[in-house]
Write a protein that binds this ligand. Structure first.
Ligand code: FES
Ligand SMILES: [Fe+2]
Length: 391
């Protein structure tokens, strides 16, 4: 049934763009399942940086909805990705990040796999008459390494990452992201916010002057998110000449261009923000960079999975600069989490109707348009009848 038919049957009108999505879509179990299936699983997802898993047997996992993937460095130094699921009775093999030198052993009955996925050990193998080990290796997941990051596509056939990001290759080159090292483990932070709402927030800078007073003190107000490349929005913020009255912001402004010697001059004075649909953000600062993924964790809840990376540089002044940068960004992250939480609570009110979007929210609108393409029911002001009972 088409969406308009569904809407007519329900006696409802289709919400006109450009307005925000209707409230129900930010907290709905059946829709959440469809989003995973149609939007998130068939897109490239970062698992880690190649330098997060430098030695043979190093691994990192990524959980997304019902799926779990493990990326492993092989004995031949190759990076491979597998479904993190035992071929015997399906036990989850590995958690988080770590090292399995030699083999990966299932914690349930001890089936053992090589780092290239081959099944090499089965306890009491004689009790599995006719078992063909070659048929029971770990299932591979498509993997691509782009600017040093290991991406996986769990389902579908998305175009190569390098192709989607090609327009930014030159702009990114001076940062040498592929040479960077992790500054710590990948972390996850739970937000009581639907994943789409978190992405909406990352896709517009309209909220920055009011929502992030620190950023407003440090950067000129001419930032705007540019959607010049399909599915990727990019914003650049330039440091103000005028110093912030806050000590951490002021010290950062004063010293960043002097401490960061590896970048050309204009690069030392700007922060670059990339938001790649559907759920990836990449922030590049002169002294370090981070990625974050908005991982759905059920309707109305998500986890922000992120990692911070930088070029090797042990100078105390660089350590101090990274501390200042992280301190400022921790504050920004807290502000975003609180602001998104306020929206999530507001959307639950019976009084809410989607409001109009400004030209400054065009990247968010592109996100919504792409979601509507994949899941036409998102156009409806209320959940369609066939979703009833799933909530
Ligand atoms: S489920 Fe892995 S060995 Fe049995
Ligand atoms: Fe923000």
């Amino acid at each position: 049934m088409s969406v308009s038919t569904i809407a007519e049957k329900a006696g409802e009108s289709v919400a006109a763009a450009p307005h925000a999505l209707p409230a129900w879509v930010y907290d709905h179990a059946e829709l959440h399942r469809l989003e995973l299936e149609r939007v998130l699983l068939p897109t490239w997802q970062i698992v880690c940086h190649v330098n997060s898993i430098p030695r043979a047997g190093d691994y990192e996992t990524l959980d997304l909805g019902p799926e779990s993937v493990v990326v492993v460095r092989g004995a031949d130094s190759g990076v491979r990705a597998f479904h993190n699921v035992c071929r015997h009775r399906g036990a989850r093999l590995l958690d988080g990040a770590g090292r399995c030198p030699g083999t990966i052993t299932c914690p349930y009955h001890g089936w053992t796999y090589r780092s290239d996925g081959a099944l090499i050990g089965v306890p009491t193998k004689e009790r599995f008459p006719g078992l063909d080990r070659a048929e029971h290796g770990l299932r591979e997941v498509r993997v691509e390494i782009a600017f040093g990051f290991v991406f996986v596509a769990i389902a579908g056939d998305p175009p190569p990452v390098a192709q989607s990001w090609a327009a930014f290759r030159e702009e990114l080159a001076p940062y040498e992201i592929e040479r960077m090292m992790p500054l710590g483990p990948i972390t996850t932070e739970l937000w009581d916010v639907d994943w789409k709402l978190a992405m909406d927030n990352y896709l517009e800078s309209y909220h920055v002057p009011i929502g992030h007073p620190g950023l407003n003190r440090m950067f000129t107000p001419d930032y705007e998110d540019q959607a010049s490349v399909p599915t990727i929005a990019r914003g650049v913020s330039w440091l103000r000449e005028q110093e912030s009255p806050r000590w951490s912001e002021r010290l950062y402004q004063r010293h960043v261009a002097r401490v960061v010697t590896n970048l050309p001059e204009p690069y030392r004075r700007c922060w670059r923000f990339f938001s790649a649909l559907p759920n990836l953000g990449i922030d590049i600062f002169p002294e370090q960079m981070d990625f974050f993924q908005v991982i759905p964790r059920g309707p109305g809840r998500c986890a922000i999975r992120s990692g911070v990376f930088a070029l090797p540089d042990a100078r105390p002044e660089m350590r101090a600069l990274r501390y200042l940068g992280s301190r400022i960004n921790t504050q920004v992250n807290d502000e975003d989490r609180r602001l998104c939480g306020r929206v999530q609570r507001g959307l639950a009110s019976s009084s809410y109707r989607p409001g109009p979007l400004s030209g400054l929210e065009s990247c968010m609108l592109e996100f919504h348009d792409r979601l509507r393409e994949r899941i036409p029911e998102l156009r409806l002001p209320h959940p369609p009848r066939q979703f009833a009972g799933a909530h």
